[in-house]
Structures are given as structure tokens and as C-alpha cells.
Design a protein around this ligand. Structure first.
Ligand SMILES: [Zn+2]
Length: 261
């Protein structure tokens, strides 16, 4: 039976049978893959740590007929601070879910792997929602889905004003002429400019950027609606995040209107 190594991060870990887990791994060399970690739900299992969400390590995997099996894991990092508060857990889970829905199995992407690992490390010190937003925008840039921010997504013309019209269907901001034919919503120009900074700014100095509560809320909402439209499915952890942020239980439903607020 063939055996291979994967330098990988656990981006999903779900129960399987009585004592196993199915892991979704994102690996540097092989991209996304799935493997069963056997017996890891037993209290005495030595492989338990390697089956935890966000564990980064070296996995030794047996190639199986239908499912591969993890035979050994040497963890390198477990990011314990991700579990210390809800905001950090939410941001890391939001990143993992986005990575899972936006990628196909066994399509390596080293740039995306490095971005993910870097952002998990940055979550120790930085504003977790700033990291999540920068991660989502940069992931889309790498995968070629980045929205147009500050020029018209339809005609390439200039967009102006304190509020800009953003359409998920068109894939970005729209000028006055083009918005007549598209549905979308109004976004403050400051939020659009800040999203551009989240992509361009040195990622290790992101903590120098400052945003207000309304800008954070607006950007996270726009990103979630855009991502859900792009990948055609709800992002569960992003929706839960809205609940934890303002504590009201309100869920942003991203209502789309035609040119009105
Ligand atoms: Zn236009």
C-alpha cells in the first residue's frame, strides 16, 4: 500500500463512526485532501492531537482504495490561542470554511497555503476580524475572484461619491450608468478604500490599520454576501460570527435592493 507525507493543516475534522474522525487537510505540496484518523476519539489515542482542527504538522498517510488513512502525525503547531476567545475561534473557523469551499481536492496552491498559515499565526496578536477580512480578500485575489473595488465592474469607468454602489452579481462597484441595470447595495466609499488597503498593505503590519465598528460590520457583511454568491453556498461560521459580534442575535441577511438604501 502506498504511503505519502503531507506537510498540512487540518481545516476540518468531523466525527466518523464510533471512534474515528475524517480530516480535511490542506497541504503545501498536494493541496486539499481527506483522510481518516482512526481511533482518535478514544481518550488514550496518541494521535488525538493530530486530529484537532487547525493542527499543523507532518502527516504520514496510507493511500486506500476509497479513503486514505492517517497512520502518523507529528504536530508542529496547534495554535492554542485560537480557542481562548470567541472572536479568534470565529475568525479561524471562518478562514478554514472559506478555504474548504473555495478549493478543489488535490490542486496544490503554495501561495494560499502560506497565506493561511501566516494568518493563523497573526491571529495571536492582531484584530481577528481584520485578519479574516484581509484573508478573504487575498484568497480571492490568489484564486482570481477578487471584486473590483473603486472602478466600475461593468465598464471600467470611474466610480465617485461618499457612497458607492456594490453589486455581487457584477463583481464589484458600479458607476452611475451601469448601476441602472444591476441589483446591489450602497457601501461607504471609506469601506471600499479600506478593503483595497487590506489587500495591498504588508500583511505582517496589518495591525497598523485602524477601522471603526461600522466599517468592520459593513466590510464583513459585504464580504460574506460576495463569497456566498461566488461559491453558491452559505458560510455557516461567517453567519455565526455576526451573532457573536453584536450579541443581538441579529443575522445580516444581505438584502439586495435596486439602487436604494
Ligand atoms: Zn460603468
Amino acid at each position: 500500500m502506498a504511503v505519502y507525507h503531507a506537510d498540512a493543516l487540518v481545516i476540518r475534522s468531523r466525527q466518523f463512526g464510533e471512534s474515528d474522525r475524517v480530516l480535511t487537510l490542506f497541504s503545501r505540496e498536494l493541496g486539499k485532501l481527506q483522510a481518516v484518523a482512526k481511533g482518535v476519539r478514544k481518550p488514550k489515542s496518541r494521535q488525538r492531537a493530530g486530529a484537532q482542527l487547525f493542527t499543523y504538522g507532518d502527516f504520514l498517510i496510507h493511500r486506500g482504495k476509497s479513503l486514505d488513512t492517517v497512520s502518523q502525525c507529528s504536530p508542529k503547531e496547534s495554535f492554542p490561542y485560537l480557542w481562548r476567545d470567541l472572536d479568534r475561534s470565529f475568525s479561524a473557523t471562518g478562514m478554514a470554511e472559506l478555504l474548504d469551499v473555495s478549493t478543489f481536492s488535490e490542486q496544490p496552491n503554495k501561495e494560499l497555503f502560506t497565506l493561511t498559515l501566516t494568518c493563523l499565526f497573526l491571529l495571536e496578536q492582531f484584530d481577528p476580524f481584520l485578519i479574516l477580512s484581509a484573508y478573504a480578500l487575498r484568497l480571492m485575489e490568489i484564486l482570481g475572484y477578487r471584486p473590483l473595488l473603486g472602478e466600475c465592474a461593468e465598464c471600467g469607468g470611474n466610480v465617485k461619491g461618499e457612497r458607492l454602489f456594490f453589486s455581487v452579481e457584477a463583481g464589484g462597484t458600479l458607476c452611475g450608468n451601469c448601476r441602472e441595470s444591476c441589483s446591489g447595495r450602497w457601501v461607504r466609499a471609506g469601506s471600499i478604500a479600506f478593503m483595497r488597503q487590506l489587500i495591498r498593505h504588508d500583511i505582517k503590519k496589518l495591525d497598523r490599520l485602524r477601522w471603526s465598528a461600522w466599517m468592520q460590520e459593513e466590510i464583513l457583511e459585504i464580504l460574506r454576501i460576495y463569497l456566498e454568491h461566488k461559491f453558491e453556498r452559505p458560510l455557516k461560521s461567517w453567519r455565526m460570527g455576526s451573532l457573536t459580534r453584536d450579541g443581538s442575535g441579529r443575522n445580516f441577511d444581505g438584502k439586495e435592493g435596486k439602487g436604494n438604501e
